[in-house]
Design a protein around this ligand. Structure first.
Ligand code: ANZ
Ligand code: ZN
Length: 835
């Protein structure tokens, strides 16, 4: 030691890496974060961050995610909970496979390397994880249960196969989920996506649409995430209406049955099966040449239009600005007025929604208006427009017009009346539609969980018996996609025997979407070694639902929805005692650099590894929590990192000074007033940090409070303070710091008390000191800060107003203008509005 004060470490002595390692060793040797499945069930809590997708190395986004989760886990432990805080890896999927195609390295090799790197980093960061529960979705011990879950869904009719138009990426030669298609292009490689018909596996998530929607109510989730789920599920109330057409009925779905008198044509999706039934051999006489698209016969026009549509993705179709279509040559009868109306096909009508057919009401629907305008179709308004309104569809409310017995009714009443009439006349009925589609889970790729079914020539599709699981993913050498799964080329693996008749059979060669793997992993953590089931009911009862789930907003829709579905399905089948997996959700904001998303191509990536090598884990963790409200985005700043580093260094310096001092007072004679002020500051900090952490996730302001407390300690040490008081202040600061900077907190607390801070209950503020606590309020005049006042915490608004107006700087700024208004924002500021 070379410091001026004997026994006090200088800044050069500060070696955060040594401190990290010292405490990480203690936690490992002590198994500090392990929890047992015999922990008292009323004292258990489950804190979980979304598991990382293991390709490459962890980035600062991961650091933030796990720093947030770890803060919550520490905080809950200190409140007496046995906290389950596990870790695993989402290990199957395209990136590893694409990497393998590029480099020839087996996906398992690159995945295992990535996992090793993540694991090492998590340990280096000192995240408090129960490592005995670690899982990886690509291990046979895990995917055995993914397959088992698939079989349960299959038995229950919730997994099925059907021919379906799928998004096809010609370059990756694979089917893409809708969400992997961005602006009509493959999310990964940017190729234009085509539509193809393939036999696919689906989970029947649509059967759960209503419950997935309704049960959002009971969840403690950010409103915007609930809204995103709501929109994705997309519930629409309306009715179906049948229009007789040449010996058959065309059924449409509409949310506006009240406008049926204005339906001047029908539109079918081009691939609608009824199209072929209503197409006549020849065009009706006198038909507009624009309606026929120059084709000799309706069948020809339809065929040409269908081909053109097949090249468009669903998204293109939904968003297509130019309304295209052709006349089918057929007519339908409007059931309310007997009018004969033409039937078109157009790609703005989607086969997968409603009935795949619409009644077009150009007067009230802009898409129909555009189409009618393009094709010279009649427009009848059925809702009275406001004065001067013209030239577009009228979508607002108003009394019904041109609508027979509905005339004069408002929209809601007209809807009710027409639905009753349709039902009575047997022309249609009230219905509810959802946007949600069944979950397409087949992937024609290698690196995924094999789907456990075989195809037998005599028995057809046969599920693999549970006692033969797992169906292992074989090692292969050529992963290049060829339109079929690369597994199809593994002849030895594909050829198998039928579990039913023992005859020759072929294995399913599609693998599962990785969203299947990650939609149940949180269950396995509860009981990771169970060999009889994915988890025991007892274990589920003890830990589920998750008290706090933490992750990126990019998973706000699919991952959460799929997990909720799976949870409900397993609960319905008797395998789970809970209906919802994630009781509370927190979504952290993204870290940017110079305002841009970090990416290798931009060369603006901050690697957690470099930060930790330079500053240690606590600075890195504290900094990502200190950058701003953790649910908001924040820009990386190297000076910000330095600031946090200096704060931790100072805390350690003061701690060392106090811990090694044998004097009763430090820095001079103790001043009783200063003593009281410091003890008040401690009470304030305890309350502030506790409040900020209690469901608010305001880690940034909590850390700021600890910086303030540290500054107070510094002042006291210079001006003279009782050693016990400053020791109390510093040990409380260390205690409150544990969730953010666990190594430094452990070090400081141990130096001062000889105890392990993570075993101490969370501090409680001294209420008596809190009451006499004063707060500082900024005083603004017309929004500009002019000075500050100190008032008792419980001061009345009148007293605050008075004090602010008497402040000299305020008086000067007000001058001879008159005070219009005084706004008091409790605990923060006073704004004096003058004019
Ligand atoms: C007549 C009508 C009149 C409509 C009106 C709307 C306004 P949401 O709210 O999204 O459920 N529609 C129905 N099936 C469709 C399909 N397969 N492809 C494209 N559009 C379809 O929308 C329901 C409305 O979207 C339905 O109500 C139908 O147009 C159209 F003033 O029917 B409506
Ligand atoms: Zn068989």
């Amino acid at each position: 030691m070379t410091g001026a004060v004997p026994g006090v470490s200088t800044d050069e002595d500060f070696d955060p890496r040594a401190i990290d390692e010292r405490w990480q060793r203690v936690w490992r040797d002590e198994r500090s974060w392990e929890v047992s499945n015999t922990a008292p069930a009323d004292k258990t809590a489950y804190v979980l961050e979304m598991l990382p997708y293991t390709s490459g190395e962890p980035h600062v986004g991961h650091l933030k995610n796990y720093a947030v989760g770890d803060a919550v886990a520490h905080f809950m432990r200190r409140q007496g909970y046995y906290v389950l805080h596990p870790m695993g890896y989402d290990a199957f999927g395209l990136p590893a496979e694409n990497h393998a195609i590029r480099t020839g390295k087996h996906p398992r090799t690159s995945t295992d390397e990535s996992i090793a790197s993540f694991r090492e980093q998590f340990k280096q960061w000192g995240i408090s994880i129960d490592w005995t529960r670690e899982i990886s979705t690509h291990s046979p011990e895990y995917y055995r249960w993914t397959q088992w879950i698939f079989l349960q869904l299959f038995k229950a009719g919730l997994a099925y196969r059907k021919q379906a138009a799928v998004n096809w990426c010609p370059k990756d030669a694979t089917v893409l989920a809708n969400e992997q298609v961005v602006n009509g292009r493959c999310e990964r490689c940017g190729s234009l996506v085509e539509q193809r018909q393939l036999e696919q596996w689906f989970f029947r998530i649509t059967q759960y649409a209503e419950r997935l929607l309704n049960d959002l109510d009971g969840l403690d989730w950010p409103t915007h995430v609930k809204l995103m789920q709501q929109n994705w599920i997309g519930r629409s109330e309306g009715s179906t209406i049948r229009f007789p057409a040449g010996g058959t009925d065309i059924e449409v779905f509409t949310t506006r049955p009240d406008t049926v008198f204005g339906a001047t044509y029908l539109v079918l999706a081009p691939e609608h099966p009824l199209v072929d039934k209503i197409v006549p051999n020849a065009w009706p006489s006198g038909v507009d040449s624009q309606w026929t698209a120059g084709a000799a016969t309706p069948a020809e026009a339809v065929a040409a239009y269908r081909t053109a549509t097949g090249l468009k993705s669903e998204l293109d179709r939904q968003e297509s600005k130019d309304k295209t279509g052709v006349f089918t040559g057929g007519y339908a009868t409007n059931p309310v007025n007997g009018e004969q109306i033409p039937v078109f096909i157009a790609d703005y009508v989607l086969m997968g929604y409603g009935t795949g057919a619409i009644m077009a009401v150009p007067g009230q629907d802009q898409r129909d208006w555009d189409f009618a305008a393009a094709f010279g179709l009649p427009i009848i308004r059925t809702v009275e427009t406001s004065e001067g309104f013209d030239g577009e569809a009228y979508t607002a409310e108003g009394p019904a017009i041109n609508s027979g017995f509905l005339n004069g009714m408002g929209v809601a009443e007209a809807k009710k009346t027409i639905i009753a009439w349709l039902e009575q006349q047997d022309h249609g009925k009230a219905t509810v539609q959802y946007k949600l589609r069944d979950w397409l889970l087949s992937r024609q790729r290698y690196w995924g969980c094999p789907i456990p079914v075989v195809y037998c020539d005599s028995c057809g599709l046969v599920p693999v018996p549970e006692n033969q699981l797992p169906v292992r993913l074989p090692d292969i050498e050529d992963y290049t996609p060829k339109g079929k799964s690369p597994l199809a080329a593994a002849a030895d693996w594909v050829a198998t025997r039928c579990p039913h008749c023992d005859g020759p059979a072929r294995r399913e060669t599609d693998t599962m979407d990785t969203f299947v793997d990650s939609s149940w992993y949180y269950l396995r953590y509860c009981d990771p070694k169970n060999e009889q089931a994915p988890l025991g009911i007892d274990a589920a009862q003890r830990w589920m639902p998750i008290n706090q789930y933490i992750g990126g907003i990019e998973h706000a829709i699919l991952h959460l929805l799929y997990s909720r579905f799976l949870c409900k399905a397993l609960a319905d089948l008797g395998h789970l005692p809970v209906q919802e997996p994630f009781g509370a959700l927190f979504t952290q904001g993204m870290i940017t650099r110079n305002g841009a998303k970090m990416s290798k191509s931009k060369g603006n990536v901050v690697s957690p590894r470099t930060i930790i090598e330079k500053y240690g884990a606590d600075t890195a963790r504290c900094y990502v929590l200190f950058m701003g409200p953790p649910d908001a985005g924040a820009d990386w700043s190297d000076t910000g990192v330095e600031g946090v580093y200096r704060f931790l260094r100072r805390l350690l310096r003061f701690t060392t000074q106090v811990a090694t001092s044998e004097l009763a007072t430090i820095g001079g004679a103790a001043d009783p007033e200063l003593d009281l002020a410091l003890r008040r500051k401690v009470a304030w900090a305890v309350k502030k940090v506790t409040d900020d952490m209690s469901g608010r996730f305001a880690f940034n302001t909590a850390i700021a409070a600890l910086m303030e407390l540290t500054n107070e300690c510094s002042k006291a040490l210079q001006e003279g303070i009782d050693r016990d008081t400053v020791k109390f202040a510093l040990s409380t600061a260390a205690s409150l710091l544990l969730p953010f900077a666990p190594h430094m907190a452990s070090e400081c607390y141990y130096m001062l008390t000889g105890e392990h801070v993570w075993k101490q209950p969370w501090p409680e503020p001294d209420e008596a000191l809190l009451r006499t606590e004063t707060v500082q309020l900024a005083c603004q005049v017309n929004g500009k800060v002019r000075g500050r006042i100190s008032v008792p915490q419980d001061a009345s608004e009148d007293a605050i107003r008075e004090a602010a107006l008497q402040l000299e700087e305020v008086e000067q700024a007000v001058g001879d203008r008159s005070v219009k208004r005084v706004v008091v924002v409790p605990g923060r500021l006073v704004n004096i509005v003058v004019g």
